[in-house]
Design a protein around this ligand. Structure first.
Ligand code: HEM
Ligand code: HEM
Length: 195
């Protein structure tokens, strides 16, 4: 594996910052996928109590999504300055390409999913500032309402692409853990010994 800057150190484990950002973002993103795919069930209910739960979920969904956006920008910046440990030597060229495509695809999804959601919420019928857990308001993006359909569609499609990417990523991690037995998971685990 080659890096842009050969003077940067080659690590055997991900840095603590990269590890914590990986797992926090993963949890929040998966939570938002679940919230996004189930919110209609609550919002469409004729029962006012269930509808109210739907509004709470959508509020949390937006705040968590914007958190994912901010953390992902931080993570990308960290990643560009801190090269990851090299991939294990036994991986075939196809596996290496697949790993790179999946990882960079994730970075794109981590930014585009919240951005498309923010853009959708900024172009709907009733647009209002987004409350970040009641602490402060995030303004809507200045985008023409005519684009609402495009952002809605992209947000949904990106959600399904994210699910497929996560499945592939987890299967790859399990293959490394149980077939290759190369301790790949340990180097992305907070207390995972020395990779
Ligand atoms: C939404 C969920 C997830 C996202 C967005 C995500 C994203 C990423 C990204 C972008 C990388 C590459 C880091 C880099 O080299 O820059 C990575 C690495 C990794 N992820 Fe995830 N991940 C997710 C869930 C998971 C889960 C559930 C597992 C455990 C089964 C996992 C295990 C790993 C491991 C072991 C690596 C390190 C691979 C290596 O050492 O080269 N990830 N993940
Ligand atoms: C990690 C980030 C995010 C993920 C993974 C995510 C995922 C999803 C998914 C899967 C859906 C269901 C799509 C459908 O079936 O129509 C959804 C709906 C929605 N999302 Fe997100 N989202 C994220 C961030 C955001 C953000 C930042 C906002 C706004 C600020 C947002 C606003 C919405 C809204 C308003 C809906 C409901 C759309 C409708 O009316 O059907 N999302 N989201």
């Amino acid at each position: 594996m080659t890096y842009a800057n050969p003077d940067l150190p080659v690590r055997s484990r991900y840095s603590t910052v990269a590890i914590w950002l990986h797992w926090i973002i993963a949890l929040l993103l998966i939570g938002n996928l679940v919230g996004g795919l189930t919110m209609d069930h609550w919002l469409d209910s004729p029962d006012p109590a269930q509808k109210a739960i739907g509004f709470v979920i959508i509020g949390l969904h937006k705040a968590v999504g914007l958190t994912v956006l901010a953390l992902s920008l931080a993570r990308l910046a960290w990643r560009l300055g801190n090269p990851p440990p090299p991939l294990p030597g036994h991986m075939t060229p196809i596996e290496r390409v697949l790993a790179k495509v999946t990882h960079w695809g994730f970075y794109a999804l981590m930014l585009l999913l919240p951005l498309s959601g923010w853009a959708m919420a900024s172009t709907g019928k009733r647009v209002s500032p987004i409350s970040w857990f009641g602490l402060f308001n995030v303004p809507p993006l200045p985008i023409d309402r005519a684009f609402n359909g495009v952002f809605h569609e992209s947000h949904e499609v990106l959600g399904y692409v994210a699910i497929a990417t996560i499945v592939l990523h987890v299967l790859a991690a399990l293959k490394h853990q149980y077939f290759d037995r190369d301790s790949l998971l340990a180097r992305m685990w907070p207390s995972g010994g020395r990779g």
